[in-house]
Unconditional design. Structure first.
Length: 270
């Protein structure tokens, strides 16, 4: 009897232990499922920032018209530029500055120059036909008050260039759009200055002219004039004839011997 009770108690204890073990395993399992394992936080990748290009100052009226020239220039004059003006070859003097009031262009500063050519009628105020002048001059005023002119500015052949000042001469350097050659207008500007001052320059070596200097002149053809020679009929005068006059010779005179005999040529006269 005692043995049966002991066996039953032992079985009960074993069952309780098994039940507790099962509950503990279940709790551990649910705990493991409820608590996620820690994961590494994603590292934020820094996006590359675009380098902002500084906006260039605009001189003149900005336009997208096909007739408007746009040139990027750098101020290499070592002074501030206080005024910029452009005129055509038909205008007598430069108009007002194209820069904003109080605005300046610092040394080594780049800027955009916009220029829309004026027609011949707009610039001269007369004429029935519109004609765009092929010559443009650009006037620069520096901080010291001096003005300089870039003669024959090649708007059609330049995209970018540098304005320089040397020997009191303003000039530009640029790469030709048409020929891809590097152009320097210093000598051309020097020759223009000397011509304006009435000076004669002697060059020991002739340098090729730049695209800004070349002026193509249409050859003129003059038709030769022909004058038909005039013909004058010769005049004829009939010769006059004068009949010669004949005078009969006078008879020889008889010598007078005074009544004396004499001898003439061996003849005896009484």
């Amino acid at each position: 009897m005692y043995n049966k009770m002991k066996t039953g108690a032992l079985a009960f204890v074993c069952a309780a232990l098994v039940l507790c073990a099962g509950c503990s395993a279940a709790e551990n399992s649910s705990s493991a499922e409820a608590t996620p394992s820690p994961t590494a936080a994603p590292t934020a990748t820094a996006e590359p920032t675009a380098t902002s290009v500084p906006e260039l100052k605009v001189v003149g009226e900005k336009s997208d018209s096909k007739d408007t020239f746009c040139v990027t220039l750098e101020n290499g004059t070592k002074q501030e530029i206080t005024a910029v003006s452009v005129k055509t070859g038909s205008e007598e003097k430069f108009p007002e500055s194209m820069m904003k009031k109080g605005e300046t262009l610092a040394k080594d500063e780049k800027f955009e120059l916009y220029y829309t050519p004026k027609t011949e009628e707009e610039s001269s105020g007369s004429g029935d036909e519109y004609f765009v002048s092929p010559r443009y001059d650009v006037q620069l005023t520096l901080k010291d008050g001096k003005t300089y002119v870039l003669h024959g500015f090649p708007f059609e052949d330049i995209k970018e260039g540098t304005v320089l000042l040397e020997d009191d001469i303003a000039y530009i350097t640029y790469t030709s759009v048409s020929t891809k050659e590097k152009i320097d207008t210093k000598e051309a500007e020097r020759a223009t200055k000397e011509a304006e001052n009435g000076e004669v320059s002697v060059q020991t070596e002739e340098k090729p002219a730049s695209a800004a200097e070349v002026v193509t002149e249409e050859p003129t053809y003059e038709e030769p004039s022909y004058e038909e020679p005039s013909y004058e009929e010769p005049s004829y005068e009939e010769p006059s004839y004068e009949e010669p006059s004949y005078e009969e010779p006078a008879a020889p005179e008889t010598p007078d011997n005074g009544g004396q005999e004499g001898c003439v040529n061996g003849a005896l006269f009484n």
